[in-house]
Design a protein around this ligand. Structure first.
Ligand code: CA
Length: 228
């Protein structure tokens, strides 16, 4: 899941980037309305976190421009407490808003709700619980279990496993995994992926009888149940 944070307070923006990355999201940040709008129009984001008061173009102006062509879910951050300002934001096409200062946990909860609401349109399966054999992942609760035992995964491992599980049976190249999970293009540094997959295997497959995560030589990785 890719998020774009548009926030001119650099410290807050960095705090959000760090926190949301730890939650397993791929996060880009823009510090003014002009850059923010450009990224939002060009990029393929699942959700925008948009500050209301921005230099360049303000939040409402950005939203108006964005809504002419894109329906990306938008969570607005606002210092304004007047009801009419919130109403303006919602009428302007914001999907939700949060008044500053806010608790990080509330931000995450609202992001999850918006993403869940948007998902049916983007992903036909619309599932928040994914499964394969005795592996089960609850994307909203961020919980993965195998044979009923909880897997202790890092945020990246969780994102990686969710990607493989969502596309189960399909061979994913290292390049695609790098782009989807690390938000970077790897040419030579595929070692990072291999190391991460090895770690994930140690938790996902090693303690269990059946292997689910397979290497396809020269191509990449696939998550599937195979007859052994
Ligand atoms: Ca601001």
């Amino acid at each position: 899941m890719r998020l774009l944070v548009i926030e001119d307070e650099v410290k807050l923006a960095e705090y959000l980037r760090k926190g949301l990355t730890e939650e397993g999201y791929v996060v880009d940040v823009a510090h003014n309305g002009v850059d923010g709008l450009h990224l939002a129009m060009e990029g393929d984001y699942d959700l925008l976190v948009l500050d209301g008061m921005l230099p360049g173009i303000d939040g409402l102006g950005l939203l108006a421009a964005l809504r002419q062509s894109k329906q990306t879910p938008v969570l607005m951050l606002t210092a304004r407490v007047r009801v009419e300002d919130r109403v303006k934001g919602l009428q302007g096409g914001a999907d939700d808003y949060l008044v500053k200062p806010f608790a990080f946990s509330e931000l995450v909860a609202r992001i999850q709700v918006l993403l869940r609401r948007a998902r049916p349109a983007r992903e036909p399966e619309g599932a928040t619980v994914l499964g394969l054999s005795d592996l089960e992942m609850d994307l909203l609760r961020r919980k993965a279990t195998r044979a009923g035992r909880r897997l202790d995964l890092t945020a990246k491992e969780f994102t990686l496993l969710a990607l493989l599980l969502r596309r189960q049976g399909e061979v994913l190249s290292r390049t695609e995994i790098a782009e989807q999970v690390w938000d970077i293009n790897f040419d030579s540094a595929t070692n990072v992926i291999d190391v991460a997959v090895r770690r994930l295997r140690g938790k996902l497959d090693a303690p269990f009888e059946r292997t689910l995560l397979h290497t396809v030589r020269g191509m990449g990785y696939v998550l599937e149940e195979r007859e052994e």
